[in-house]
Design a protein around this ligand. Sequence first.
Ligand SMILES: O=P(O)(O)OC[C@H]1O[C@@](CO)(OP(=O)(O)O)[C@@H](O)[C@@H]1O
Length: 424
Amino acid sequence: MVGLPARGKSLISGKAMRYLAWVGIPARVFNVGTYRRQDTPHPNAAFFDPANKEGEKARRAAAEAAVSDMLRWFKEKNGTVAILDATNSTKARRRWIYETCKNAGIDTLFVESVCDNEEIIMHNILEVKTTSPDYVGLDPEVAAQDFRNRIRNYEKVYETIDEDEKQYTYVKLINVSSTVIINQIKDYLSSRLVYYLQNLHIKPRSIWLSRHGESEFNLTGKIGGDSNLSPRGEAYARALPALLKQSGIPKNAKITIWTSTLKRTIQTARHLAAETGYEKLEWKALDELDSGVCDSLTYEQIAERYPEDFAARDEDKYNYRYRGGESYRDVVIRLEPIIMELERSENVIIVTHQAVLRCIYAYFLNLPQDQSPWMQVPLHTLMKLTPRAYGTEEQRYKANIPAVSTWRAKGTSAKHQEYPAGLK
Ligand SMILES: O=P(O)(O)OC[C@H]1O[C@@](CO)(OP(=O)(O)O)[C@@H](O)[C@@H]1O
């Protein structure tokens, strides 16, 4: 990362790491501030003055410690993408990083966040003064003033990436991707990352997730298929507009409704679209996990007809691929364009399926692959996710309409049960 303090570098680092981990690429953030805090936990702005030799020395030592841990991580833990989260604000510092990585056989991609929009900077300063461990226990106004002085100290020596550095691979994000300058991108992974970064925005918004209403297949415990809603599922579809309203919609917010191409999600969103006039899009990529030869069977029938497959799925549910069908890993790959589009979008309500919802949820909440396929996602429940600078907030709203439970615990083929109304 490259950029002055309060330019959203840590936010970008955290998001990029979450995205990479979700697509299965081992990634880690090395935050130089964390290393510096070991010796200097609560520095004031003077510590960052370029004329302060002691400060300069301590900061260089922190950067060296972070880079050496980073190189060790690449070597010993087989890491793929390390994100060095620091200001790296001078050409000399960047040359050192570039050379050090090159000598270790590691490619460098500099991501500079440039921002001259006062509103965004103020927003970031506010975020920092309330969350940074540097300022714990300090009066927020004093912290904000000190932080502004710290930025001024960095400005004295800050050199933006320019013509002299055109041999480097870099991307410059200007005012949160309003303008993006890309230089010397040479491989697929970097171009994917750049595309991801290009889609990010920081406008406040929410994403609502819901499964379709209870379907005829859900009632009989059959998986897959393309059945209609049950009468209770239809009742949920009718209740959805009020449930969405109850969850809190920002004034004048424009919401887009996304469904899969299967009947049960389209029927669930039908009344919502009609009552609100919100734009509606159908995505093939949101269709349920394809259960191949097991489509339209119950879990009990699968356990009976394909006992080895049933056991293998329990053993490693994320990677198990149904014969002629998909695994959770496959679903994540086909959902990548959905995530890109979601990052670009503002308010969206997605009406989809159990497995697909788990994958999207795992991206936002950073859920590990061995847990996400087992997550409980009850029917007739609306989830509201609100991305914040340091994580995603979640709220759940349950419609008071009973439905079966389609959740199956590991190691059982137990028949589905009624899901009691009002249960959280
Ligand atoms: O991965 P598991 O836990 O089997 O959950 C996925 C299953 O959920 C179901 C319901 O049992 O999805 P859906 O929400 O579309 O009804 C099946 O169609 C699908 O195979």
